[in-house]
Write a protein that binds this ligand. Structure first.
Ligand SMILES: Nc1ncnc2c1ncn2[C@@H]1O[C@H](COP(=O)(O)OP(=O)(O)OP(=O)(O)O)[C@@H](O)[C@H]1O
Ligand SMILES: Nc1ncnc2c1ncn2[C@@H]1O[C@H](COP(=O)(O)OP(=O)(O)OP(=O)(O)O)[C@@H](O)[C@H]1O
Ligand SMILES: [Mg+2]
Ligand SMILES: [Mg+2]
Lengths: 250, 250
């Protein structure tokens, strides 16, 4: 199953979710590929892969076979297809190819993983469209803050557009409340609003604000590996269980 | 003086800085225009202007005169040129015009304000290039977190490119540490690293994490108006003083 983590609102925990969900599923014994489709390359940095070549850029434009651009991480069972700043210019290069929207889908087609988790940049541009077109499910991380609510409408519009025109099998897997601080009244109010709006499409698992998750990237490790007993790590392990056992149903 | 607030890293406080710096300068008696160059339109929402037409989109493509797209806000002396989701498609429409990079600069040319503050999206795309080309100074908000450090290199590269090719007078005014929590060891460590790297280009003013700043947008008011005695509001007033009186020097 291919899952894309998307939200054009910045800093809502997309990368932290992609990295920790991938690692948590691998710790449960599954084979996972983390794809970093953001030129900031934060997910790559978060698993200790800095400026690797070849990377997603080279695979997308055909300079390298995708398998040459996949690297193991320190988590057993978890590989990563990293990105790099080269991706910044990929828009222009891809648009020249016919059917560029399917480029990532086709790259991932022959790979044998239980899960492919794709991190995306904070925009609705080329790399996000590529990723939505390559995926089966979307997870939308949100912060329980006011601006985050406002942006959801635009994102749901974009999902409809991609489902109608590019990828009819794409479905919303769920909305994930991240960086949640239940002591903050605003956060509780926004959480209630999300619950009213999304119902059972809101994951039961909620990721608390937890500094261990922010410290982990500086060691090139996912939080669930850096400090497995932290509240943040436990929450991501819970999310992985919620997703893995929901899969059986669909 | 025209100041652009930019950082492709998402969720670092660009909009909160644009809105509150604008309001703080207006409260000090200056005439300020806040320009919202982000299709998420968070800055417009933050000053109570939701889905106004005409807006920046109409002015950029010539459907309306820029003065028709400028609205007063509830802060005396502060106007806003709002955006809307229409801006999402502006890339394609502008690229057809020769010299599109100067479009925003030319729009702002005849307007009479002491300050023009431009909010940008979390990307290095068309709207950010337009804004950097229209500005005299750049303020870079950063969070004292690990991923924020990593992204600065790319941003400084982009600034060099814009200065060399499009806007030779553009200068870095300073790097602003935002959402700072001094109780968090990681934050203190990253702050020290920023101080070492940027020296006196790091603003003395530091914006603390303060929930009043996150609550204010839901009332359509800047934090400095919503709760002027809050630590967040006071910090933005300090920043405005630091910028206004530095101006005298340059
Ligand atoms: N639950 C959490 N608790 C504390 N800090 C967190 C949490 N989740 C993420 N962070 C930190 O908050 C910042 C933003 O998170 P992250 O980079 O994952 O968001 P993003 O949506 O991927 O951002 P972008 O829009 O730039 O891609 C990072 O510095 C990260 O380490
Ligand atoms: N100093 C602060 N203390 C507490 N919350 C803050 C502070 N500054 C910003 N926020 C909140 O954090 C979130 C991110 O801030 P903001 O939207 O200003 O960042 P941004 O860089 O403009 O994001 P984007 O990259 O999506 O444009 C918002 O919900 C905002 O209300
Ligand atoms: Mg990210
Ligand atoms: Mg913003």
């Amino acid at each position: 199953m291919r899952i894309v983590i998307a939200n054009q609102k910045g800093g809502v925990g997309k990368t932290t979710t992609a990295v920790n969900l991938s690692a948590a599923l691998a710790l449960m014994g599954d084979r996972v590929l983390l794809v970093d489709a953001d030129s900031q390359a934060n997910a790559s940095i978060g698993v200790g892969l800095v400026n690797r070549t070849p990377n997603l850029y080279h695979a997308l434009i055909g300079l390298a076979d995708v398998r040459e651009a996949i690297y193991p991480t320190e988590v057993k069972g978890m590989d990563c297809l990293p990105s790099s700043p080269d991706l910044i210019g990929v828009d222009a290069e891809l648009k020249g190819m016919g059917g560029w929207e399917y480029r990532l889908r086709d790259l991932l087609r022959g790979l044998d993983y239980d899960w492919v988790i794709i991190d995306t940049p904070p925009s609705l541009g080329t790399l996000t469209i590529l990723s939505l077109t390559a995926a089966d499910r979307v997870i939308i991380p949100v912060q329980a803050e006011y601006y985050a609510l406002e942006g959801l409408g635009q994102l749901l519009e974009t999902l409809k557009y991609v489902i109608n025109l590019l990828n009819p099998r794409l479905e919303l897997m769920g909305v994930l409340v991240a960086m949640y601080d239940k002591r903050v009244r605003l956060a509780r109010e926004v959480y209630e609003e999300l619950r009213r709006y999304f119902g059972d499409k809101l994951f039961r698992s909620v990721i608390p604000r937890n500094v261990k998750l922010a410290e982990a990237p500086s060691f090139g490790k996912p939080g669930v590996v850096y400090d497995p007993s932290s509240r943040g790590a436990i929450a991501y392990m819970e999310l992985a269980k919620e997703i893995k056992y929901a899969k059986v149903k669909s």
